[in-house]
Ligand binder design. Structure first.
Ligand SMILES: Cc1cc2nc3c(=O)[nH]c(=O)nc-3n(C[C@H](O)[C@H](O)[C@H](O)COP(=O)(O)O)c2cc1C
Ligand SMILES: Nc1ncnc2c1ncn2[C@@H]1O[C@H](COP(=O)(O)OP(=O)(O)OP(=O)(O)O)[C@@H](O)[C@H]1O
Length: 259
């Protein structure tokens, strides 16, 4: 399995430790909940792209360790390639077309059964849970993200939200961990990150990060060259409101920073 192989071959001890810890969380989720009652919240951003590949690696290891396929590596690989986890995407008419495209293309590449939701987060999740039992949702939330406040690797949804477990395997990953992982594994990511975008909201509130401006010509360096990860959201405008519900009851009053 190419992600496992890339990580085992990496000399970056810190990254390997982060990877092992995150895959452990993913595998605990697979062990705790029926697979068909899990969902992956995917939006084509860099954090959820990391999570996609952790889910694939975790699935491979989970399948391999639960017997049956252990001696038949090609069967395991085939299953993992076609990662069948229910995947939800809250589609936003103001999203960058590159993000939309990447989300759909990636879902198709990895056989993710993608469900687009065109309502707000809370109402969308209410409908989702009504339609099919969903015990836990995996997210690419990281500490420093305004939505991460008060969350742990396993955090129940907020009291006024439908009941499910939020599983956050990369909560303690830094900006540089994210890029080290994506580059080490040589996986595709949304093209906007090669054009100076370091965190992506909607077309109305996101511009390339000025810290990556490459001279006066208007070109920008790739996101992975940003040396101070705390300035990841420098290209995101101040928030004035939420689509549907606030971030865990907290308010955001300025440019937020991720670590
Ligand atoms: C799968 C999923 C579960 C969520 N669960 C909660 C929740 O339990 N409580 C809450 O206040 N917000 C919840 N949210 C909303 C997020 O905290 C956040 O507002 C949303 O992802 C938009 O973030 P953004 O404005 O940074 O894009 C959830 C969002 C998603 C996609
Ligand atoms: N529109 C959405 N649809 C589905 N999941 C979402 C959506 N917005 C956010 N999420 C979930 O919340 C996580 C955190 O979102 P966040 O915007 O911080 O990260 P990202 O989009 O992956 O990367 P970036 O910070 O570069 O935009 C995502 O990884 C994803 O799991």
């Amino acid at each position: 399995m190419e992600i496992e192989q890339a990580m085992r071959g990496s000399s970056d001890v810190r990254l390997r430790a982060k990877y092992d810890a995150a895959v452990y969380i993913v595998r605990r989720a697979y062990a705790l909940y029926p697979f068909e009652e899990l969902a992956f919240s995917f939006n084509g951003g860099k954090d959820s792209t990391v999570l996609l590949h952790l889910l694939r690696a975790g699935y491979y290891l989970h399948r391999a360790s639960s017997g049956g396929d252990v001696d038949d590596d090609s069967t395991v690989l085939q299953t993992v390639k076609n990662c069948p986890m229910r995947t939800i995407y809250f589609e936003d008419p103001d999203a960058f077309p590159e993000i939309d495209c990447f989300t759909y293309e990636t879902a198709s590449t990895y056989g993710l059964p993608l469900e687009s939701i065109r309502t707000g987060y809370k109402s969308g999740l209410e409908a989702l849970l009504k339609e099919k039992p969903t015990k836990a949702i995996l997210l690419g939330t990281r500490n420093g993200d305004p939505n991460a406040v008060g969350q742990q690797e396993f955090s129940p949804s907020s009291p006024d939200w439908p009941p499910f477990m939020r599983v956050n395997p990369i909560l303690d990953w830094s900006y540089s961990d994210v890029w080290s992982f994506l580059l080490t594994c040589k996986v595709q990511y949304c093209s906007l990150y090669d054009q100076g975008y370091t965190s992506i909201g909607s077309v109305h509130n996101t511009v390339p990060n000025q810290l990556l401006r490459d001279g006066p010509g208007g070109s920008y360096r790739p996101a992975y060259t940003l040396s101070d990860g705390s300035l990841e959201r420098a290209g995101r405008a101040k928030k004035t409101g939420k689509r549907d519900g606030s971030a865990n009851g907290t308010k955001n009053n300025g440019n937020e920073t991720k670590q």
